[in-house]
Structures are given as C-alpha cells and as structure tokens.
Design a protein around this ligand. Structure first.
Ligand SMILES: [Zn+2]
Length: 53
C-alpha cells in the first residue's frame, strides 16, 4: 500500500499502485498528489502547505 498526499488540500489517499503521482486528488481534484515515504502522516509533513490547524 502506498500513501499519496495532495499538496493542494493535504488530503491523504491510499492505493496499492506505485505510480499514481500527479493523479487528480480524490478530495479536490487537483493533480498535485505526491508519493509519501510512510503510510502514517509525519509531523511537519504539512510544512509550507495552506493547511493550518
Ligand atoms: Zn486535494
């Protein structure tokens, strides 16, 4: 299983496919998904994104 993270909305999406980078995000439709190293979200991963909690 691989985790892809949308750089636009910060949404995580999971798929077994290893080649889904830059696929449209399932949440916002933005083709800005990047393959992440881990399945679990890491602290600081959202640095520089618009997400602000
Ligand atoms: Zn998104």
């Amino acid at each position: 299983m691989n985790r892809y993270k949308c750089k636009n909305c910060g949404g995580n999406q999971y798929t077994s496919a290893p080649d889904r980078e830059n696929e449209p995000c399932i949440y916002c439709g933005n083709a800005n998904t990047v393959l992440m190293d881990t399945l679990d979200e890491k602290p600081g991963e959202n640095e520089g994104s618009a997400e602000n909690e």
